[in-house]
Write a protein of this length. Structure first.
Length: 271
C-alpha cells in the first residue's frame, strides 16, 4: 500500500515540475530578442537562470537547476516514505491491540469499548491478565481513567487530601483531575480513593469533564425524582452515553461496574 502511495506522489510531483518548467520556458521565449554581444551572451550563460540579465534558461543552467531539484525531491520522497512506514507500523500496532481482548471479555457487551480504551492507554487490566468487568470502580481508578483520557500531566502535589499521601499509586491522577475541576473530595478533607463510585457520580463527573450539547430531555428514569444528579444523568442518557435498566430505573446510588464505566467513557470519547 505504501509503495503505491509513494509512486503516485512521485508521478504527481514530476508532472507538476514538467508543467511548471514548460510555462517558464514559454514565458522566456516569448520575450523580445535583445541585441547582445558574444561576450554578454557568454556571461549571461553562467548566471543564475531566471535572473533579469538571463530570463531564458540555457542548457547548462537548466541541467544544474534540474539536478538540484531532483536531488532535493529524492531526499524529500525518501523522508516521506520513512514517515509513511512509521504510520503504517503504528496502525498495525493499534489494530493488534483493538483485536486483542481480555479472556474474560470475549463476547461481553463491553468488549469493543474496553479494547478501544485499552488501545489508547486509558484503561488496563489486572495482574492476572483479566479485566473483571463486573467489579466496581474505585474513585482512585476513575481519576486515573479520566486523567489518561484527558491527557493530563501527573500532579500529586495538587491532591491535598489527608487520605491521599504523595506516595499513593493514584496521587498524580487525583491531583490532576482535582486541579482541572473534574473530580472533588469531601467536606471533611478526604478523597476516599478506595470507595466505589456510584452510577450517579460517574454521570456527574463525565458531564463535568465532557459537557454534552442536547436539547432538554424529558424524564425517562422513574427513580431520579429529586436526585442531586438527575440533570446530569438525563442529559447523558439523551446523548446516548449512559443507559438505564429494563424496568425503567437508573439506580443512581448503585456502584457502577468497570464494564459500564468503560462503555460510557468510550462513547463520550468517540462522539
Amino acid at each position: 500500500m505504501m509503495s503505491k502511495r509513494f509512486q503516485f506522489l512521485a508521478i504527481c510531483i514530476f508532472i507538476f515540475l514538467a508543467v511548471a518548467l514548460s510555462i517558464f520556458l514559454l514565458r522566456g521565449t516569448g520575450e523580445p530578442a535583445r541585441a547582445e554581444t558574444a561576450g554578454t551572451k557568454a556571461q549571461a550563460a553562467e548566471e543564475e537562470p531566471g535572473s533579469a540579465s538571463d530570463p531564458v534558461l540555457t542548457r547548462a543552467s537548466l541541467e544544474r537547476r534540474l539536478e538540484a531539484l531532483t536531488a532535493g525531491l529524492r531526499q524529500d520522497l525518501e523522508e516521506l516514505q520513512g514517515r509513511l512506514d512509521q504510520v503504517e507500523e503504528g496502525m498495525r500496532a493499534v489494530q493488534a491491540l483493538l483485536k486483542a481482548s481480555f479472556p474474560d471479555l470475549r463476547g461481553h457487551r463491553a468488549e469493543q469499548a474496553v479494547n478501544f480504551l485499552r488501545a489508547w492507554g486509558v484503561i488496563s487490566g489486572y495482574p492476572d491478565g483479566r479485566f473483571h468487568p463486573d467489579d466496581p470502580v474505585s474513585r482512585a481508578a476513575l481519576a486515573v481513567m479520566l486523567a489518561r483520557a484527558k491527557n493530563l500531566s501527573s500532579n500529586p502535589a495538587a491532591a491535598g487530601f489527608k487520605d491521599v499521601p504523595p506516595g499513593h499509586w493514584a496521587a498524580g491522577a487525583i491531583g490532576a483531575v482535582k486541579a482541572a475541576g473534574y473530580l472533588h473530595g469531601y467536606p471533611d478533607g478526604r478523597f476516599c480513593p478506595d470507595q466505589p463510585v456510584t452510577r450517579a457520580e460517574v454521570a456527574a463527573v463525565l458531564h463535568n469533564a465532557y459537557p454534552v450539547q442536547v436539547k432538554a430531555p424529558a424524564a425517562r428514569f422513574r427513580d431520579l425524582k429529586g436526585h442531586w444528579a438527575a440533570g446530569d444523568i438525563e442529559l447523558l442518557a439523551a446523548a446516548g452515553i449512559v443507559e438505564g435498566f429494563a424496568d425503567g430505573t437508573f439506580r443512581p446510588d448503585q456502584a457502577m461496574s468497570r464494564a459500564d464505566v468503560a462503555m460510557a467513557l468510550a462513547r463520550i470519547l468517540q462522539q
